[in-house]
Ligand binder design. Structure first.
Ligand SMILES: [Zn+2]
Ligand SMILES: [Zn+2]
Length: 131
């Protein structure tokens, strides 16, 4: 498609926004008057706030998960999935197996990392390291 049209479109949008701003009209929806001291109307201000709130709730997700986990465990449920937990354990058998597996993977990964680092150190000290 003609490149020129895109450019015209951009220029049009730019002019439109400038025009709206100049006339005190919301640049978001282009139909309502702005709130005093803002470049958007009341409705769009609420929408913006909701977007920000959604962002905040994403940030604190870890905290909420932690609280949920504690609540589940205190009720004798699996902290991971909420199903009945094994007696005396914070997780159900399935999640325990899954955790064990991922712990093993993490251990192996750590060992490989340590070994790689050790090799680098040995090379740097001229191979005189006694192990
Ligand atoms: Zn608006
Ligand atoms: Zn579970």
């Amino acid at each position: 498609m003609p490149y020129k049209d895109v450019e015209t479109d951009r220029a049009y949008n730019r002019n439109r926004r400038a025009w709206l701003k100049e006339h005190g009209i919301c640049t978001d929806c282009g139909s309502n008057y702005c709130e005093p001291g803002h470049v958007y109307c009341k409705a769009c201000g609420v929408k913006r706030k909701q977007r920000n709130d959604a962002y905040d709730s994403r940030v604190s997700k870890t905290e909420r998960m932690k609280a949920l986990r504690h609540a589940r465990i205190s009720q004798g449920l699996c902290g991971d999935c909420g199903k009945p937990a094994e007696a005396g354990r914070p997780t159900c058998p399935r999640c325990r197996a899954r955790r064990r597996e991922s712990a093993q993977v993490a251990r192996i990964r750590n060992r490989i990392k340590r070994e790689t680092e050790a090799k680098v150190v040995t090379r740097h000290t001229g191979g005189t390291a006694n192990v």
